[in-house]
Design a protein around this ligand. Structure first.
Ligand SMILES: *Cc1c(COP(=O)(O)O)cnc(C)c1O
Length: 478
């Protein structure tokens, strides 16, 4: 120990301060905590009470002025505050960003029908892999495969955890140790963690790049085909566009070439509208049905992009190709659980009827709301924020985007509420106010643009307009 440490004055804890702290059982018995005990369990609340009392004792021992913690009410207040902050880590938010398939916010919200289907199989047992008719082992994706066949006209279908998994599995099962030819203009990166060359590496298939970034012709593929070639892969440039002097080969031409040379053609269409119906207003994105019709042997896509279903990857195509994929040991590692299957089956049933899908699948519903209606909602919200809260709020036209790596240049007309800071209270800047809104219950996630808060209504459920008003009200009242 150094001398100067020894020289420090010793603060003597005030022992009466310790005695003034209430005992654990007295705090637990307080009526203010009854509801929390009911909701979170006695053990959880007990843990928080102990932690608060321990900290109070430690503070007193350090000689900190104990007046802040020396009465029951202060302890109860701390316990209640702590319990309020003890929310689930994964929790609902309102998406006012204007990005419909926001990967950070969980991509597609599920239809009520899908949620109910999940609840039905999740609370008890189900015939996940059991043939109720025969009383023998059954196949887990039999129901969704039948629906996918009907929706796309394909012979067979399989489901895995996501499209990254579908791509890796397809490359592995169909081309491990061999070559797959891909255009240089289609080596996509999606969301930072999905990069096609890396997916190739982990699959064991070899990537054979052809053409240039902006131009790849049929002859480039033709010349690249050799004895090592297992497949031709086309990848939809979901989240970018190559513009200017460009050339790429369509799936029909590619499939024709593949067939004539006895190799497979795989089409990763990405966002995955199945067809024949498409989400309202979406014109540029390919559908699975089109790719199958054009002759692709296998089509890959995500379940939680344009289909508006649960996170999963769909592999749809010729029966013999899907059989080889299902026989791969990696299939077992990537398979989906009963909750995903239930949500997917319910979503596919809705997708069978495009009118019903547009009413029931949230993504489709968001896309089908006329912009005038969004403008009316934004106008009403801005009026209330101006009138009762005195905020500098206006209603503005804006553009929303699909997101999730889909249709990057397809701007969707939308409407926003714009609030110009400062907001009353301690909210001098939009960044501070938007952080507080994100941390509320439920969190509201908006855009901060040119120093103002923008709440885009394209991906906001109409009943949540009121929740946004209340969140802002709570914020400015402090
Ligand atoms: C989104 C996307 C993927 C990745 O799909 P996940 O379901 O996110 O794994 C792969 N390829 C394309 C073309 C995509 O658009």
């Amino acid at each position: 120990m150094s001398d100067d440490l020894d020289d420090r004055p010793i603060e003597r804890p005030d022992s009466s301060a310790f005695r003034r702290l209430p005992p654990v059982h007295a705090v637990l018995g307080r009526p203010e905590l009854a509801e929390a005990i009911e909701a979170k369990g006695r053990e959880t609340v007990l843990g928080v009470v102990r932690a608060v009392l321990d900290e109070a004792r430690a503070a007193i021992a350090r000689g900190v002025d104990p007046t802040a913690v020396d009465d029951d009410d202060a302890v109860i207040r701390s316990v209640c505050e702590r319990l309020e902050q003890d929310r689930p880590t994964l929790r609902p938010v309102i998406n006012a960003t204007g990005v419909l398939l926001h990967t950070g916010l969980g991509r597609a919200p599920l239809a009520r029908e899908a949620v109910e289907a999940v609840a039905r199989v999740a609370v008890g047992y189900s015939n996940l892999e059991f043939d109720l008719d025969q009383g023998t082992r059954g196949r887990r994706s039999i129901g969704v495969a039948a629906l996918l066949r009907r929706l796309t006209g394909a012979e067979a279908a399989a489901v895995v955890n996501n499209n990254a998994g579908a791509t890796m599995l397809a490359l592995r099962a169909l081309a491990k140790g061999r070559e797959v030819i891909v255009s240089r203009g289609q080596l996509v990166e999606i969301g930072g963690s999905y990069r096609l060359p890396e997916v190739f590496e982990s699959s064991g298939a070899r990537l054979h790049e052809v053409g240039t970034t902006n131009k790849t012709r049929l002859g480039d593929y033709e010349r690249a085909i050799g004895p090592e070639t297992a497949a031709l892969l086309r990848v939809h440039p979901s989240n970018y566009r190559i513009v200017g002097f460009t050339e790429s080969v369509g799936i029909a031409e590619l499939a024709k070439l593949g067939r004539s040379r006895g190799i497979l053609t795989i089409d990763d269409i990405g966002s995955g509208a199945l067809g024949p119906g498409r989400p309202p207003g979406i014109v540029g994105e390919p559908t699975v049905a089109e790719a199958i019709e054009a002759g692709a042997d296998l089509v890959l896509c995500s379940g939680d992009k344009l289909l508006g279903g649960p996170q999963c990857g769909l592999l749809i195509g010729r029966a013999e190709v899907v059989r080889r994929i299902e026989a791969d040991p990696m299939m077992r590692a990537l398979r989906v659980d009963k909750m995903t299957l239930a949500a997917l089956e319910a979503t596919l049933r809705l997708a069978m009827d495009p009118d019903r899908a547009a009413r029931s699948i949230p993504l489709w519903r968001f896309l089908s709301v006329p912009v005038e209606r969004l403008g009316d909602r934004a106008g009403r919200l801005a009026d209330r924020l101006r009138g009762s809260m005195g905020l500098a709020a206006t209603s503005e036209g804006a553009f929303a985007y699909l997101g999730g790596g889909s249709a990057p240049d397809e701007a969707i007309a939308s409407a926003c509420v714009r609030i110009e800071p400062p907001l009353p209270g301690r909210w001098a800047t939009a960044a501070e106010a938007s952080r507080a809104l994100r941390l509320g219950t439920p969190g509201v996630v908006c855009r901060v643009q040119h120093g103002a808060l923008w709440f885009d209504l394209r991906a906001v459920f109409e009943e949540d307009d009121e929740v946004i008003v209340q969140a802002i009200d709570a914020l400015v009242r402090g």
